[in-house]
Design a protein around this ligand. Structure first.
Ligand code: ZN
Length: 401
């Protein structure tokens, strides 16, 4: 139940009621397609005439299409309704410190085409190169009407200024993706933390969250991000800064983090932490310090782990242990029904999952209430998350309080 905000509210006029019904119907078609008018009336409890009126409007605006005739034993054959995938495209951008990926998708977040660029260290240069790539994607599909651009970033975005203000692993401060990209492309742009975007994607379009209102997206990459959905809504905190669990210190005497703090969770459980573990183990065995060797990538360590390399295995097991420590903290704090894990580590889930499960069971009294599910890394969950920032605008319920 949400408290009514008396300093900013809108009376529920009949227009708002119609808008809410329209969004409910659009959501039903999206999730149950193909579906008939009669079934929509049955699901919603709305009168057939109201349903028909809204359907006519959605057809006229080309949000949906009418497909083949259905088969019924007797009576009039119903026409099935679908979301109109050809109506529009959406551009999703997933920014990471080394590589940025982007894609043009349809309304179901299916990829039409993809591209990528190495992320330069200079944010202005990055924005210019990214805008070029976006323009190229648009030019290559001149018949697709683009609804907007969603950008998922490894940092926190201030809701007031819309600037990315905290991104220790990029080393950028106050970067204004939104204004720059809107000016250059003429399209609306939504920018959000990558973990928040993944959480929103799972809530709106995910396979695992049917009927679930409390979930957490955990992104494990160069750092660790968390996006928290409580009671069906993203936990944003003041100016959108909430959810930075990767930078909660689990050991105040621990190693220095890029954020300036000591012993942050991500210093122990990220891909970068695992590379450090491996480099330290190598250093020990040949008497060199880890700084004297070039740092192995997380992908190299996963490959070595699969080949049976004992140091790689130990490094990944240690990462899994600390992932468990942090996940136990999330489970105990939020009691989510579901935690989805996003990142390269999901490719070695068979190895890490039992370690995580044991630690969570040991440390959290609520362990049994939470399912922990890895999302397929090769299905690009972060990129789909960015797309959902634009998509959800059309499916989200309007705020009346
Ligand atoms: Zn930190």
């Amino acid at each position: 139940m949400r408290k009514i905000n008396l300093s900013s509210f809108q009376i529920a006029t009949s227009e708002i009621a119609r808008d809410i019904n329209r969004r409910i119907i659009l959501n039903l078609i999206r999730t149950k397609q193909p579906i008939s008018r009669a079934d929509i009336a049955r699901y919603t409890g709305l009168q057939r005439s109201t349903v028909s009126l809204i359907i006519e409007q959605l057809l006229a605006e080309q949000w949906i299409t009418e497909g083949a005739l259905g088969h019924l034993p007797r009576g009039r054959k119903p026409r099935f309704l679908h979301l109109n995938n050809e109506r529009a495209g959406i551009i999703g951008v997933n920014v990471r410190p080394e590589l940025t990926t982007l894609a043009l998708t349809d309304l179901n977040a299916n990829f039409i085409t993809q591209d990528s660029l190495p992320t330069p260290t200079n944010p202005q240069l990055f924005l210019e190169q990214l805008a070029d790539r976006i323009q190229n994607l648009l030019k290559s599909h001149p018949n697709t009407f683009c609804e907007g651009i969603g950008v998922g970033v490894p940092g926190r975005v201030n809701r007031q200024t819309q600037k990315m203000v905290f991104a220790p692993n990029l080393g950028w401060r106050n970067v204004d993706f939104k204004n720059y990209l809107e000016k250059v492309t003429g399209l609306p742009v939504e920018v959000e933390n990558a973990a928040n975007s993944c959480a929103l994607f799972e809530l709106w379009f995910g396979k695992h969250s049917e009927g679930i209102h409390d979930l957490i997206a955990l992104t494990v990459s160069e750092g660790i991000g968390t996006g928290i959905i409580a009671n069906g809504q993203l936990v944003t905190g003041v100016d959108g800064m909430a959810g930075e669990f990767g930078h909660v210190s689990i050991n105040e005497n621990g190693p220095l983090c890029r954020c300036g703090n000591h012993g942050c969770w991500e210093v122990y459980a990220s891909n970068m932490a695992t590379s450090n573990y491996y480099a330290q183990a190598l250093g020990k065995s040949n008497g060199k310090s880890s700084n004297e060797r070039s740092m192995p990538s997380f992908e190299d360590i996963m490959r070595l782990c699969e080949q049976g390399d004992s140091r790689a295995r130990e490094s990944i097991d240690r990462m899994a242990h600390y992932l468990g420590v942090g996940i136990a903290m999330l489970v105990t704090s939020f009691a989510p029904r579901l935690i989805i894990c996003v990142g390269e580590v999901t490719r070695v889930w068979d190895r890490v999952e039992p370690i995580i499960r044991d630690i969570v069971a040991e440390k959290s009294p609520l362990a049994n209430a939470t399912k922990i599910i890895p999302l397929d890394d090769f299905a690009y969950p972060r990129l789909r998350g960015a797309v959902s920032l634009v998509l959800q605008k059309h499916f989200v319920a309007p705020s009346v309080a």
